[in-house]
Design a protein around this ligand. Structure first.
Ligand code: G6P
Length: 610
């Protein structure tokens, strides 16, 4: 994880760097730092904590310069302390910021120590600083030194180096972690993500793995792994700088929850016509691929994994195709057996999650029919490397706890399910009915958002608890899992989700008045069974909080609170709509507990390390 920003300009770059870091905090926020070249001196400020701490440090002790690098950290090697914060400096000659993990850092460290280099941090990054410095001391210029040093590295990195010996340029390199170059007028920038640079430019070039870029105020030269100059396409970003502002909302998470009707409508728009799906939206190769799909394998992490678990229902029950879903960190190391006609689907908000990307790369070598991505970031590695894709159009998601990305993934996966079903015997009539239901989802979500005042009241019952249980059955079981994940992520209350039928096989032993039990109860074929499971909880003195369909026949009574969901939610729509009150519940519980809603402790939005 971690976020990097760098700039070369004929003005002071410190404000550009600090604003960039602020916009990258979603990538990590346990410490931050900046270094600039002032004359031929490297000046550095670093602080533990968020970018505001660094900002204060700069106000207290100003620094300025036309060439600079900056970093916001999510610790992997070494505690979040000031001496582990980036930039790291080698012998006062050069400074470096790095995102990723250098796997062979221990042996490199021994080699460098033997050469007399002193280490001031526990990070793997300092190894790279000394390696590059060592190359410059052998007479290489900064570009050649970085090119030579990265040959020694194993692992993943996005890095930028600044040297006292060359006060006009920065050198960046990418392997496995994102790096984008921003092109300005008489100034240029580098960052982990376009969001960092949107206040400065809309013109970007994305580095590819193995690329090294040399940047000055007047231009950028990019070289591939073999050192040959390469051209990388210049893209114009359509994102606006204020798409990443909070506006009237107290937190990004709340803003993003309320953006869902719009985001869902955007994700559906232009993808259907006449209540039928337009297959071309998956890309030119899609139709030929869909015709041959016999089974589906979905891989993802975190919230995106939960979206995959819902999609399993869309694909098995809707399209009649066998579907397996698993977390990427397990998949990539278990030598999966790939059967003929298997479509691999990776789901990821960021498209940069290290485990998901590694799984995709593994899948590409493993004999799948094709690879598909469901992703929110068009320029991401996942999208670029998959055969076909469908973009969610959630817009930038800043809150670490994923909300609108999840629900837009669900509609995108429902569309994919319908497309696959069409090739597996679904009639036009059913396809039209499904698409009509999907098009109605934004309105249902709008209605579900109106439950907020009641949910705020319910939150009071959770705020002083240490544990909570979430129950669901069928396609709303993954929704319960997502609800539990949201609560633990942002309120630090231990929350577990169970398939309600499993309750009696263990978790019922935990149920008492101190353990609130949340249940999602749409009116589907399983509702009667769910009701029996809820009785099991009530009989043990458990306190139930149920989000129920008006026709589910679940009435409030002693020990059982019931919140009525909007009318007429179809099974296809239920996972989408029932997710919303669970998001609001965790938000309001966290608000009462006073935790950091948008940037919960120990987590990061984009996990680009294994
Ligand atoms: C992190 C985030 C989660 C997210 C997961 C997968 O853990 O905190 O919110 O679900 O990564 O991210 P992706 O970008 O691949 O969906």
């Amino acid at each position: 994880m971690c976020g990097i920003v760098a700039a070369a300009a004929q003005r002071d770059v410190v404000p550009i760097l600090v604003e960039g870091l602020r916009r990258l905090e979603y990538r990590g926020y346990d410490s931050a730092g900046v270094a600039v070249l002032t004359g031929d001196e490297i000046q550095r400020r670093r602080r533990v904590g968020k970018v505001t701490e660094l900002d204060q440090a700069i106000l207290d002790q100003p620094l300025q310069g036309g060439l600079g690098i900056a970093h916001t950290r999510w610790a992997t090697h070494g505690e979040p302390t000031e001496h582990n914060a980036h930039p790291h400096i080698s012998e006062d000659n050069l400074a470096i910021v790095h995102n990723g993990i250098i796997e062979n850092h221990a042996e490199l460290k021994e080699m460098l120590k033997a050469k007399g280099y002193r280490f001031e941090s526990e990070t793997d990054t300092e190894v790279v600083a000394h390696l590059v410095n060592d190359q410059t001391k052998q007479g290489k210029d900064l570009l050649a030194a970085v090119q030579a040093a990265i040959h020694e590295l194993q692992g993943a990195y996005a890095l930028v180096v600044m040297s006292k010996a060359d006060t006009s340029r920065l050198v960046a390199a990418r392997m496995g972690c994102p790096v984008v170059v921003g092109l300005g007028e008489g100034e240029n920038y580098i960052a982990s993500d376009v969001q960092a640079l949107l206040t400065e430019t809309r013109r970007f070039q994305f580095l590819e793995d193995g690329d090294v870029a040399e940047m000055t105020v007047s231009g950028v030269r990019i070289f591939d792994t073999d050192g040959n100059p390469v051209e990388r396409k210049i893209s114009e970003s359509s994102l606006s700088a204020d798409a990443v502002e909070k506006g009237e909302y107290a937190h990004y998470m709340l803003k993003e929850i309320f953006e869902q009707p719009r985001a869902l409508a955007d994700t559906l728009s232009e993808r259907v016509a006449g209540n039928r799906i337009l297959e071309a939206v998956f890309g030119p190769k899609a139709q030929a691929i869909f015709e041959k799909v016999k089974r589906v394998h979905i891989v993802a992490c975190g919230t995106s994994y939960h979206a995959g678990l819902v999609a399993q229902y869309y694909i098995e029950q809707g399209a009649g195709l066998p579907c397996r879903v698993e977390v990427a960190s397990e998949y990539r190391y278990r030598n999966p057996v790939v059967s003929e006609g298997a479509l691999f689907i990776a789901i990821s908000q960021s498209g940069e999650t290290a485990d998901t990307l590694a799984a995709l790369r593994y899948a590409k070598e493993s004999g799948y029919l094709a690879t598909a991505a469901i992703c929110n970031v068009p320029e991401s590695s996942l999208v670029r490397e998959s055969d076909i894709c469908l973009m969610t159009r959630a817009g930038p998601e800043i809150g670490v706890a994923s909300t609108k990305a999840f629900t837009t993934q669900l509609v995108a996966l429902a569309l994919l399910g319908v497309a696959l079903a069409r090739h597996n015997g679904m009639t036009d009539r059913i396809e039209r009915a499904y698409i009509r239901q999907l098009l109605h989802v934004p309105v249902l979500v709008e209605h579900a958002l109106k439950l907020e005042p009641q949910i705020r009241e319910w939150a009071k019952h959770f705020a002083d608890k240490r544990h909570a249980l979430f129950l669901g059955r069928g396609p709303t079981y993954p929704v319960a899992m997502e609800g539990a994940l949201k609560l633990k992520e942002i309120s630090y209350i231990h929350a577990e989700a169970y398939a309600a039928g499993e309750l009696k096989h263990g978790p019922l032993a935990l149920v008492d008045a101190e353990m609130p039990v949340v249940a999602v109860a749409p009116n589907n074929a399983l509702v009667e069974k769910l009701k029996s499971n809820l009785e099991e909880v009530r009989a043990r003195g458990g306190r139930l909080f149920i989000f129920a369909d008006p026709d589910a026949g679940i009435e409030p009574s002693e020990g059982m609170e019931v919140m009525t969901m909007p009318d007429h939610i179809e099974p296809l729509q239920a996972p989408l709509v029932y997710t919303v009150p669970l998001q609001l519940l965790s938000y309001h519980v966290a608000l009462i507990r006073g935790t950091d809603v948008d940037q919960p402790r120990n987590l990061a939005k984009s996990v680009t390390v294994e």
